[in-house]
Ligand binder design. Structure first.
Ligand code: FAD
Length: 419
């Protein structure tokens, strides 16, 4: 059993190595780089049986938030193995509205998908991410903030630890396994020789305001399709309660011209919330790719955005970060127990992740994304007009095909690859 440590922010008298919660050791079983949802989860799971160091370059875990904070309920509750804590839920979601360029909308309610539970949640990631890091600490992980990975220690091509910088001081810590959970701008994978490059057509460039003083429909995620707000992605309004909302959009890298995502966002906000006040602006990339060819090499695994795990159609990355963090943490434990962190053992993480329900549907979601990004406004109008007014009874594959056949058979031909 490990002793409980604390998430430490201050500089102790022992210098950058001292963290106030105990000095950093020269060696750990597992080092996790990045304390987002993927990294903290991997650290917690690995710490159940191994000694773990979790490092985060920011001084405050979870802040600034680069996320619209929406999560679907069933996988979220399942991965957390508990009901969400009201402390880190801003809003429950009980409706999803998809808006076509011509103003027609289709609404999805819990009833439509035959459930009485909420469809999802909008989180408070500042609180949620910090909670996950605390849980890693309570499981025994040593958590160090303001500590940046600057490179990997490699011997004969095998990763043996991480080079770090804390408050201006460089040092090295050795480990048997390194988990790269360093987000979309990940360097760990590249340092380990893994190809993490994304094509421009496989990354959404996003801009989002946190808006106040806005009239939004409570408990509803609103999505807007069409070229006025995004030439290839979608715009969103996610309520945060108390007349606040995350309002943003993504534009595929390959579709960016001299009009930037922030320019589209300003048009969207002027149309929807002329009296709203943006109180925060975030910009960031979201991988929308088919995934990496390899997620592991000798001594290294990648999770979450670092592994390009984001779901390619929606751009949602919290669920795959949690999911991959759990699996990677478990396989890291196994590698430490077996005293073998070679690719042969670590690749089990890849196989498991690719064959779980999320990994399996990834190829379909990528196909769907490729389909959506090439649709015209007129085609979006047709799809949403056909689906407008769909009943819960029709919300099956058979029901949808019947509806398409009746209302717009040519559309059925167009989307046949997705069915
Ligand atoms: P991150 O949360 O990015 O965490 C990586 C961590 O690593 C960071 O804390 C970073 O500081 C740290 N780090 C990086 N480099 C180093 C280093 N060298 N040393 C130490 N630490 C380092 N997903 C959803 O599911 N729902 C949404 O509604 C949603 N909306 C989004 C809106 C926007 C505008 C954007 C940009 C993204 C959105 N996403 C959304 C995606 C989601 O935010 C990510 O997929 C998710 O945060 C991935 O988690 P992660 O743990 O892999 O990485």
């Amino acid at each position: 059993m490990h002793d409980v440590r604390h998430v430490c922010i201050g500089l102790s008298r022992r210098g950058p190595h001292g963290t106030g919660g105990g000095s950093v050791r020269d060696e750990y079983d597992v080092i996790v780089v990045g304390a987002g949802p993927g990294g903290s989860t991997a650290a917690r799971v690995a710490a159940e049986e191994c000694n773990v160091l979790l490092i985060e370059k920011r001084q405050e875990i979870g802040s600034p938030v680069r996320c619209a904070e929406g999560v679907p309920r069933p996988p979220f509750s399942m991965l957390l193995e508990r009901a969400p804590d009201p402390k880190w839920v801003a809003c429950e979601i009980n409706a999803i509205r998809i808006n076509a360029p011509d103003g027609t909308a289709v609404d999805v309610s819990p009833e439509m998908i035959h459930t009485e539970e909420p469809l999802g949640y909008v989180l408070e990631r500042k609180i949620f991410d910090r909670q996950l890091a605390k849980e890693a600490a309570r499981a025994g992980a040593h958590v160090m903030v303001r500590t940046r990975a600057t490179g990997l220690i490699t011997e004969d091509g095998v990763v043996k630890g991480v080079r770090m910088n804390r408050l201006g001081e460089d040092f090295e810590v050795r480990s048997k396994v390194v988990i790269g959970a360093d987000g979309v701008e990940s360097q760990v994978g590249r340092w380990a020789g893994l190809n993490t490059t994304l094509k421009l057509r496989d990354i959404e460039s996003c801009a989002q305001y946190h808006m106040d003083n806005v009239d939004v429909r409570d408990e509803t995620l609103d999505f807007y399709l069409g070229s006025r707000y995004s030439p290839s992605g979608y715009a969103w309004i996610f309520p945060k309660g108390d007349r606040a909302a995350n309002v943003g959009l993504g534009v595929l890298g390959s579709k960016i011209t001299d009009k930037r995502p922030i320019d589209y966002l300003n048009v969207f906000v002027a149309d929807k919330f002329p009296d709203g006040q943006p109180v925060e602006l975030v910009m960031g990339g979201v991988p929308v790719s088919e995934g990496l060819r390899a997620l592991t090499s000798d001594g290294v695994m990648l999770v979450g955005d670092a592994a390009r795990h984001t779901e390619p159609l929606s751009g949602g990355g919290i669920i795959p970060a949690l999911d991959s963090g759990i699996t990677a943490g478990r396989i890291a434990r196994k590698a430490v127990q077996q005293k073998d962190a070679s690719t042969k053992v670590l690749r089990e993480y890849e196989t498991e992740f690719n064959n779980n329900p999320y990994g399996k549907q990834r190829k379909r979601m990528y196909k769907a994304k490729e389909f959506v990004v090439h649709r015209s406004d007129e085609e979006f109008n047709r799809v949403i007009n056909v689906m407008h007014g769909v009943t819960p009874e029709e919300m099956t594959m058979k029901g949808i095909i019947a509806r398409l056949l009746k209302k717009d058979p040519k559309l059925l031909f167009m989307i046949r690859h997705l069915l």
